[in-house]
Design a protein around this ligand. Structure first.
Ligand SMILES: Cc1cc2nc3c(=O)[nH]c(=O)nc-3n(C[C@H](O)[C@H](O)[C@H](O)COP(=O)(O)OP(=O)(O)OC[C@H]3O[C@@H](n4cnc5c(N)ncnc54)[C@H](O)[C@@H]3O)c2cc1C
Length: 291
């Protein structure tokens, strides 16, 4: 939830008008939680004008923080200019009648209160349109911004490793060579993820405006995402091997974190992201290899 909040604040900081930034700043100071809802289902979100006013139609799926998020930055299409570019708008999503939690039947990430939100019939304040068409996918902050959710994945992996060590210690199994080997491997992967994400975050946030530096930052973020996903999957397997059936007992923190992390890792279009990293690296400017 915090990552989504920071993503929304960042988008408004980058692309919002001073008036909108001031409005949101006040809301945040008063405790409002923000989110970014980009995922469309069978009824993609669109806006259209009638009688000089703007109206919304459609829904968002995978909308995290139903009942918690007050203002969501949403992606939408404009009916009168469907140029294929995504628009952004800030919408009050606090109406409980429009929230549907029943669609979230996933085994993991239940505490995120995710589900569908129905926008049809809501009026859109033109002053709440954020930036220009296409700003949402502007780099290095779109794919490049992946480092933030990877940091949240790492947090889940670290929490799992801590609980796993405590559980082994409680059973008097922590000094077993096989257990120590698995545990050390997991800690090493966490350290490697942390180092890589620290560097990736700095590179993305400090990328200059020239194409080569933006491409290098985005490729770095996409590679970091791949490494974090693979490392977290390995840590999940190591924890399960080390703990045996104890990793699967419902009602325990270990079992919940296992379920949550394995679901949370399933972010959108991972194959396409690796492919994009490969394309960027293969076409990297400067004539030399990227290392
Ligand atoms: C806990 C959680 C909270 C979330 N909260 C939000 C939120 O608040 N706001 C928001 O906007 N989104 C949110 N998302 C949704 C997220 O942005 C993605 O939309 C979602 O994770 C997509 O998952 P998927 O596995 O269905 O993806 P998919 O992209 O369908 O990926 C599944 C697999 O199919 C492959 N694949 C994808 N497209 C194709 C294709 N065309 N052909 C062949 N293979 C393909 C992928 O590479 C992958 O291997 C959340 C997701 C999770 C897990």
């Amino acid at each position: 939830m915090f990552e989504g909040h920071m993503n929304a604040v960042k988008l408004l900081h980058l692309y919002g008008t001073p008036g909108l930034r001031q409005h949101v700043g006040q809301a945040v100071r008063n405790g409002a939680l923000l989110g970014v809802w980009g995922a469309d289902g069978t009824h993609p979100l669109r806006c259209f004008g009638v009688g000089g006013r703007l109206w919304l139609e459609g829904e968002k799926i995978f909308a995290s923080g139903l009942g918690l998020v007050r203002l969501a930055v949403v992606t939408l299409r404009a009916d009168d200019a469907d140029d294929g570019l995504s628009r952004l708008a800030l919408v009050d999503v606090s109406d409980p009648a429009r929230q549907d939690l029943s669609s979230w039947r996933a085994s993991g990430m239940r505490a995120t209160a995710s589900g569908c939100f129905a926008f049809t019939g809501l009026e859109l304040d033109p002053g709440h349109i954020v930036g220009r068409p296409g700003d949402y996918t502007r780099e290095p902050f779109f794919e490049g911004g992946i480092w933030r959710y990877c940091a949240a994945h790492l947090g889940g992996a670290e929490a799992l490793v801590d609980l796993w060590r405590d559980a082994l210690a409680a059973r008097g199994r922590l000094d077993d060579p096989m257990q120590l080997g698995r545990y050390a491997r997991a800690v090493g992967l966490c350290h490697a993820m942390a180092s890589l994400l620290r560097e990736t975050g700095h590179t993305v946030e400090a990328a200059a405006e020239d194409r080569d530096s933006i491409d290098a930052a985005v490729a770095g973020a996409l590679l970091a995402r791949q490494f974090v996903e693979e490392s977290c999957v390995e840590i999940l397997q190591l924890a399960e091997k080390s703990l045996g059936t104890a990793a699967h007992i419902s009602g325990t923190s270990i079992e919940r974190i296992r379920r949550d992390l394995s679901m949370f890792l399933r972010q959108a279009a991972p194959d396409a992201k690796l492919l994009q990293a490969g394309r960027l690296l293969a076409g990297a400017g400067g004539g030399g290899p990227p290392w």
